[in-house]
Write a protein that binds this ligand. Structure first.
Ligand code: BTN
Length: 219
């Protein structure tokens, strides 16, 4: 795989790498990355906070907007974990799980024609309940810096069939789900993810965004 040339701003402590990237994006027009060792106001999806103690990987890629960005990011992270012999799965839209527990979250924010892709990966610890970390799932030693570079290489590897690869990693396809969308709760069986990254249910409903719960037969 080619090596990538991209400016990486490295910080010790910051509020949120997405916030720092938003400021840099005003003066820099090409892609760049902001990484911090810890965040004091890390942000998650839906206004949630993202606990970000030292020992985790926190970075933001500023890049051009693309409708498949969240799918592409999930695939890049899953591919980097697979390379460490970890067996990841992707819960739609973009939670990265190992053994059904969340190991990594992705927060995408749009700024005009560009996007901030914030990635938080648990490395040494699990800051919230029912999550996992690299340390818990592999004995292989790999620095967080190498892991970030590996994710970036897959992210910028134009030869990957992103949608097909996403389908291979998806733990949502084939499941009965309950989805909390902006217009209410929807339940159904997931048939596929389409070319726009939407969830396609067996009854033909297409969902662009929402929070998914995988239902068990007893639910
Ligand atoms: C989620 O809720 O699953 C998304 C979590 C995203 C966290 C990352 S850490 C780096 C970047 N900076 C932030 O404040 N959030 C994202």
């Amino acid at each position: 795989m080619r090596s990538i040339q991209i400016k990486i701003y490295k910080l010790d402590t910051t509020t949120s790498t997405n916030d720092v990237a938003k400021k840099i994006a005003k003066i820099k027009s090409d892609d760049f990355v902001v990484r911090a060792n810890e965040q004091t106001s890390g942000r998650g999806r839906k206004g949630r906070s993202w606990l970000s103690p030292i020992g985790g990987l926190y970075f933001t890629i500023c890049t051009d907007y693309d409708p498949l960005l969240s799918i592409k990011t999930g695939v890049a992270i899953a591919s980097a974990l697979k390379k460490l012999d970890i067996d990841p799965s992707l819960k739609w839209p973009n939670d990265v799980l190992v053994n059904d527990q969340k190991i990594c979250g992705i927060l995408i924010e749009i700024i005009e024609k560009r996007a901030l892709v914030g990635i938080g990966l648990n490395i040494d610890s699990e800051p919230i309940d029912d999550s996992t970390s690299i340390k818990s799932v592999t004995d292989k030693k790999n620095s967080s810096e190498n892991l970030m570079k590996s994710i970036l290489r897959y992210f910028y590897d134009g030869s990957i069939d992103v949608l097909e690869s996403y389908r291979q990693y998806s733990s949502t396809i084939g499941k009965d789900v309950r989805i909390e969308t902006a217009s209410g709760m929807i339940t159904g069986k997931v048939k596929d993810i389409d070319e726009k990254g939407r969830l396609v249910l067996e009854d033909g409903t297409k969902i662009i965004s929402g929070d998914v719960i995988h239902l068990r037969p007893s639910d």
